[in-house]
Design a protein around this ligand. Sequence first.
Ligand SMILES: [Zn+2]
Length: 500
Amino acid sequence: MTKADENEQGKPTGQDARRFVTTITRQSEDFPAWYTDVVRKAELADYSPVRGSMVIRPYGYALWELLRDGLDGMIKETGHSNVYFPLFIPKSLLDKEAEHVEGFNPQVAWVTHAGGKKLDEPLAIRPTSEAIIAATVKDWIQSYRDLPLLLNLWNNVVRWELRTRLFLRTAEFLWQEGHTFHATEQEAREETARMLWVYRRLSEEWLAIPVLEGRKTPGERFPGAVDTLAIEALMRDRKALQAGTSHYLGDNFTRAEGIEFLDRDNVRKHPHGTSWGLSTRMVGATVMAHGDDDGLILPPRVAPYHAVVVPIWRRAEERSAVEGVIEQLRGLVSDAPEGRSVRLHVDGRDDVTPGAKFAHWELRGVPFRIEIGPRDVAAGQAVVVRRVDRAKEVVPLAELAASLPERLARYQDELYQRALAFRDDNTHRVDDYATFKATLEERGGFLLAHWCESEACERQISQETGATIRVVPLDGEREEGRCLIDGGASHQRVVFARAY
Ligand SMILES: [Zn+2]
């Protein structure tokens, strides 16, 4: 087992471990290349024979499943039921809501032939399910007693994208789409806000990604929505990423479909709708919000493995002693009570050096590495190394298993605090257009500035700088100011950034 990369204690140094990952482009040199390297080399996803489509590999899928299960739990806790609707949507249904069809048409993939002949009516491969759900629930909603109707779908959708990037923008992606129907506007607006809050919790509590929340400007709204709320996160290249959206649809879809219910006052009314979605894009967000030059840094709640044990030995008798201790550790961890379980993996590969194992798991962002060698066995200890800062700690074996849940909780919180500090350092208040442009070029990040609510001013800023209004904060601090472009009156700052 002795290899050149091991020091005299048989353990590779951090410097040695880094040699194995030199094939990853440095984050500071070329962020997009770094991202693609990490996604592919950490085996999260791969390209497919169809351009713009993505294969999600086991490690990436395990991450997605943890994220998905976390969100699914919160969706159910807030009273929604999971359902399934078909992949194919008849063209006539999609055509019913004019703004919706106009917004989605360029991205829709159509099935025109099947069973060896041309279909009477083309079928859209769902880009989203508002239209088919409205057509179906028309029969389910007759009275106010049938409301609210709270549905959620886990599925795949297709939106034909010309420029794609793994997880961030793909022609086909996995997501959940919620669709709800309510008797009143107030209830529907409360639902829209509630689901934005659920997305915020997923992002902050599960993915350790702090978000800003607010309303989209009319130009950035979902096609067919009255109001779109969104959460926005900052990536480590100081660009923004829209992390989740929640739409108040008014009665646009229910009126187009002719859905009516008999209300308590005996008047027939159109229900008010909402829809909200969060996708596999959040896997990409997790990569870009936390990762570093050596690869992924995963928040424990969505890390497929919390800790990886690397056994270190040279001679056969050392091996059996080391493996005996690891078995004890494994037993203690698997006996942990519900709620304190730790996803522990033992890397027992014989043909891989410890140094290569260190780099392998660093690339995959595992929060803790546990090194156990003959000296550790003799001293009744293990060396615990944190991925995020490589801090090493010698921990008595007797305490190790019991201490892991607290270590993971602390790590989760520290990742969030780290991302929050990064966002604070990269959020700038600017008051004139020249400073705005200079700040955007030199520093990037979120720019808080005044805007008069004119679409022309919004468009000019976007065309000249590439920055868009990410959100108008919902509870933004009131502050009188002058629009960057035309000096028009503004009562609060809005959030600008270059975005994915
Ligand atoms: Zn203006």
